[in-house]
Design a protein around this ligand. Structure first.
Ligand SMILES: [Zn+2]
Length: 205
């Protein structure tokens, strides 16, 4: 049965390359949504779409860089001999590995960000309660003065939101000046502190 996506013969309905391409799409979509949870106002679809587009561009740049690296370390004669289907499968498999590794990083980052905001909220609640418990507020804890003082204490306790790298949305990333100059949608692969995607050697069939 031909592949329903690309028409390749004897593919049991979906060839290996297209199967990986579909998974890459799912992973890129997931990574984009995860990044939006910490870097966009989730009620603003335009902002969410912009983050998703930036994440897609970053992951696609990583995929292209990994594939270029693979081609550099692979004997061109071996690639030639493997035939176009095998090369396509290898490229799609490469893309899948990069996207999978990127999605795992975005999941981890989302958890870190969630932990930070929960810590910050707990600290703010604590500061609010501590302020209201002070002797001079105890007589009138609901008064405007007491409430204002407690709210201010809570606001002070809440740390500034972590700054994120605008090209990649990564909290731990500081974009290089060269990256900033080249526009906001440059790939995360160019960000110095993002972990490099890994190429896992693929056995040739
Ligand atoms: Zn296919």
């Amino acid at each position: 049965m031909a592949c329903e996506d690309c028409g390749r013969e004897r593919s049991a309905g979906l060839c290996e390359a297209c199967g990986h391409r579909r998974q890459v799409e799912v992973l890129i979509g997931e990574a984009g949504l995860l990044a939006a949870t910490w870097s966009a106002d989730l009620t603003d679809p335009v902002a969410v779409a912009a983050v998703a587009a930036a994440v897609r561009a970053a992951i696609e740049a990583d995929i292209a860089a990994e594939w270029a690296e693979f081609q550099k370390i692979t004997d061109p004669a071996a690639l030639e001999a493997a035939g176009p289907d095998a090369v396509e499968d290898a490229a799609a498999h490469n893309a899948f590995l990069v996207a999978e590794s990127a999605a795992a990083e975005y999941r981890h980052e989302a958890l870190v960000m969630l932990g930070r905001s929960e810590d910050a909220q707990a600290e703010a609640r604590q500061a609010y309660a501590t302020e209201l418990a002070k002797p001079w507020h105890q007589a009138l804890p609901d008064s405007d003065d007491a409430q204002r003082a407690a709210t201010e204490a809570a606001a002070k306790a809440r740390p500034a939101p972590p700054s994120t790298c605008s090209p990649c949305g990564w909290s731990s990333c500081t974009p290089s000046p060269a990256l900033s100059r080249s526009g906001p949608l440059r790939g995360r692969s160019a960000c110095p502190s993002s972990p490099p995607a890994r190429w896992t050697a693929r056995p040739w069939r």
